[in-house]
Design a protein around this ligand. Structure first.
Ligand code: V47
Length: 384
């Protein structure tokens, strides 16, 4: 495979991008210059999706070549009981409802132990905001995971959960982060950001934390030495320019703190939510555009993740040629998107992840949560 394929550069590629009206943006991208809000809006409007994807693929291959990451992970959604009633969520339940559940630290330990036969390196834990469980409960679920598998990386708690802990702990910020570190927290996932725009927040996320509080909590997490991811929940009532506003807010915070690892655009699934009859499930077109625009706007993020659970495996695979360099992991058991009707399976084998990555022309790399290589599968017969 030559570098022409890799970077899709040269006069023909340039001509295609220019014909799409993106010559000035191409020049900025080739010079490594930052794109501004107006550039981002034009990328949302450009009808020639292939040209937007080509530009994003250039950035992706310049950073990562054909390297494409995945990990062997396990999701544990430790409770669905939540004091909030966000319109976009099908997962949350109120106490006493038949579908409500609450895991103890021991339950989490058992869940993690159930999978000891698999080479899992990460447990991803997020949940509802329980109205009455105390601060120690959150430390217990982390400790439970670590007891179950002491060498596992615990990536847990969205900014909503972290802010809640800070509020109920009766302790200082530094003490709470020290407690979490001591319990075994390794990093934080990117959920809960939804759309970092007040209009959207007021309409869909009700009394849950708004954009400023999400960003302020992410700043605290990063200033206290934790790495984290960032997400955007797109494909509901937000406008294209609001997606760009969201990306620029994250880019600004990354300039300031620098501890975001990956950005993950999350495709909204509407079933069993209050937005079920609002519009459409996201399309392949929008999913690929979101990945590409994220890669182009977030010049200070190392990784763009195509989360196959929300994108579906087919779109996630295609996204690898539109700017994404990570496809998430085996996942094992996922509730949030499945409650909202995703058609993706609940688990993906390593062989299937390798197949998706290889068939699209990329090299699978099994990684740690913080993007250290565990194994590079250059040879088509290795490890799959
Ligand atoms: O915060 C909720 C979203 C998030 C729906 O950091 C929905 O590596 C689609 O953040 N349709 C949780 N999405 C998932 C998450 C995540 C996933 C994978 C990897 C990482 C990471 C983080 O799911 C929530 C919310 O934004 N969500 N409801 C729904 N109906």
């Amino acid at each position: 495979m030559n570098s022409g394929y890799l970077h899709l550069s040269g006069p023909l590629a340039d001509e295609l991008i220019d014909a799409a009206g993106l010559r000035d943006i191409r020049n900025k991208v080739d010079r490594g210059e930052r794109l501004d809000f107006a550039d981002g809006v034009r990328l949302t409007e450009c009808r020639a999706l292939a040209a937007v994807g080509l530009l994003a693929h250039r950035v992706r291959t310049a950073r990562h070549g054909r390297r494409t990451y995945y990990n062997i992970n396990q999701h544990v959604n430790y409770t669905n009981i939540c004091k909030y009633s966000c319109k976009f969520c099908a997962f949350a339940a109120k106490e006493g409802e038949p579908r409500a559940y609450l895991m103890t630290g021991e339950d989490v330990e058992r869940k993690v132990r159930e999978k000891l036969d698999q080479p899992i390196t990460e447990v991803h834990m997020v949940a509802g905001i329980h109205p009455t469980m105390g601060y120690d409960y959150y430390l217990d679920v982390v400790r439970g995971a670590k007891r179950g598998r002491p060498d596992i990386h615990v990536k847990a708690f969205t900014m909503v959960e972290i802010e809640h802990m800070l509020a109920i702990s009766g302790k200082s910020e530094a003490e709470v982060f020290a407690d979490l570190r001591e319990a075994g927290l390794g990093s934080c996932p990117g959920g809960g950001a939804e759309v970092l725009v007040d209009r959207v927040h007021r309409a869909v996320f009700r009394d849950k934390m708004g954009p400023d509080r999400w960003l302020a909590t992410a700043r605290k997490v990063q200033q206290n030495g934790f790495k984290m991811n960032a997400t955007m929940l797109y494909g509901h009532i937000e406008r294209p320019e609001e997606r760009i506003e969201h990306l620029i807010k994250l880019r600004d915070l990354q300039d300031e703190c620098g501890n975001f690892m990956a950005f993950i655009p999350l495709a909204f699934w509407p079933y069993h939510t209050d937005l079920e009859n609002y519009g459409h499930v996201t399309t392949g077109h929008l999913d690929l555009r979101m990945i590409a625009i994220s890669r182009l706007m977030l010049d200070n993020f190392d990784h763009i993740k195509a989360y196959w659970i929300m994108l579906t495996p087919s779109s996630a695979q295609t996204a690898l040629a539109f700017g994404a360099n990570d496809i998430d992991g085996t996942v094992t058991e996922e509730k949030i998107t499945h409650d909202a009707g995703t058609t993706a399976p609940e688990v993906m084998s390593v062989a299937d992840l390798h197949h998706l990555i290889r068939e699209a022309g990329f090299v699978p790399i099994r990684r740690t949560t913080t993007y250290q290589d565990i194994e590079v599968f250059e040879d088509a017969t290795a490890g799959a």
